[in-house]
Design a protein around this ligand. Sequence first.
Ligand code: GAL
Length: 672
Amino acid sequence: MYFGVDYYPEHWPEERWPIDAEMMKQANINIVRLAEFAWAKMEPEEGVYDFAWLDRAIEVLAGAGIKIVLGTPTATAPKWLMDKYPDMYPVDVYGLSKGFGTRRHYCVNHPVYRDYSKQIARVMAEHYRDHPHVVAWQIDNEFGGACYCQSDLHAFRIWLRKKYGTIDRLNAEWGTVFWSQTYRSWEEIILPVYSASDGFSQNGGASSLLSTPYNHNPGLLLDYQRFFSDATAEYQRLQIEEIRACSELPITHNLMGHFSELDYFDLGKDLDFVCWDNYPNTMWGKSSPASVSMAHDLMRGIKNQNFWMMEQQSGPCGWHSMGDTPEPGQIRLWTYQAIAHGAEGMVYFRWRACTVGIEQYWHGILDHDGIGRRRYREITAIGSEIAKLSPLYLHAKNDNAVALVKSYDNVWSHRAQPHNLKFSYDTLLKGYYTAVAGHHVGVDVTSAETDFSPYKLVLMPAFNLMTEVIAAKCEAYVASGGALLVTFRSGTRTWNNQMTTLTFPGLFRELAGVELEEFDSVNFGRTVGVNGSFGEGTASIWCDVLKSNGAETLAEYSSHYYNGTPAVTVNTYGKGRVYYVGCDLDADALARLAGIILEREGIAASLPKAYEGVEAIERIAEDGRAYLMLLNHNSEPVEVELNGVYTDALSGEAVEGELSLEPYAVHVLLNS
Ligand code: GAL
């Protein structure tokens, strides 16, 4: 298994390189990622290429037995290029151009930037074609969000013409009859930039919405988001084609977990493998263990295949200030958490904290003085463990019975019109993930296009935009015995973001055996009681007022004017069942509801009881050996009861009955 670091030889004197390479070797490092921001070093003047420094760095690393992932440097266009074409700078919704001085200062739709990007990718690929130590390529770095420049406008019009064919069709799909928005030609189409109805006062005072106006035609907003995502995938493809012309090596791009501005399912289609960057604790916040695990599961779901960590946090992190320093054992825990969910390449960010640039505080394994201390020793130990057990991890499978569907189209639709200011689609998905995973049941996070047939339970919370094709697929899955869970706001819109004229929950109505009489957006500190098979709970965002068309009631509302009406139902359809959850639920109640559903559906947990902050992930190695990874995210020890009889893969000891997990402990237990 590849185990390595992100390394920036260009930041350090050459005399240091052999010391770094030797220290890496001692730490069991066998791969580094290089060059992804080094355009100005590789092409200091237009058309003048200098790879000599990079060749020498690679030679030094290769001497220590270290392989290389090369990044194309297009996230950091050099100054000479930006000065030559200043209209390549990205533009925000207010028409302000974002200038030089950081990175990602370009637009994926700019034709000239596309040419320069292809050129540098091609020149690099030609230079390093057949290089014995280069093993993979990374395109650009962490593709980001929207731009509203003239190149986008031009490309958006072409994209729309391709999608709709005629302007009349576009007008019909967007419903431009509303407020005289009718477009007479493609040339009249706009980008969803700052509009007359935008601004602080119009957005419920939510400052987070200020930078992205949402008071636009919903069809326009959604299509723009789809367009920008497609354009980014196309930009990535252009570079991939250049590399492919010279090299058969696998190509990846480093994704960002829950980041949802781009459709990662689409972006992943052209990649040979997915990798991602995970920073659980930085100046910007701390992620819950479940949120990180869900991100890993999503990254695995992008291609339904294992992935790499291309940047795994290895020190205190931040730009202007820092998050917490990882405690002893935490880097190891994060490493195994990634592996448990499908990582089969582990690259830490970064080798050594930098003395210059905005990331001076973004610490890696070594501090600024280049001396290996506690974190270096921890990484070294992890490296040797992984080297020993990598056959268990490479090509291993997480064979899960539950799938959670994430739809980027639905992210964008909900984000523009969240129904209730407290509602977030991502938060709802995380809530369901946490509730199920908390019972020590593995979850695949996947797209609506995935094959549902291997699953016992498919969760589609708030699947708002809906199509006949998806409905038919759900119907077939349930009819043949699957269980499906849908919630409030499911099936309320068409795929192009119009409200459906079907009675809610629209295309889910037959399946769910319920229909909405009306609904209640819960505001101003009010909560609604819910009472049922899982005990008491509360809703504080949304309540559907339901009429059952044959579905069994699992819980009722216990307050407000709809007191006594169904809140959660289950309907038998063909050989399967459809759960309808008409309201949001507090985390505790949702966990209890998940427990009841898992039991009804006969989905077994990896541990006999639920332990807070403990993960128990079952996997199957390539050679068929089954094993359990136990991770304690708590800073206190936890006693857990085991289901079976195991052998600890690291110590070789037999384990059964009770096991005491030390703070941040990791156990890899082979099924006996
Ligand atoms: C990542 C990025 C790295 C580095 C790191 C710390 O998002 O890919 O290049 O900047 O964050 O900010």
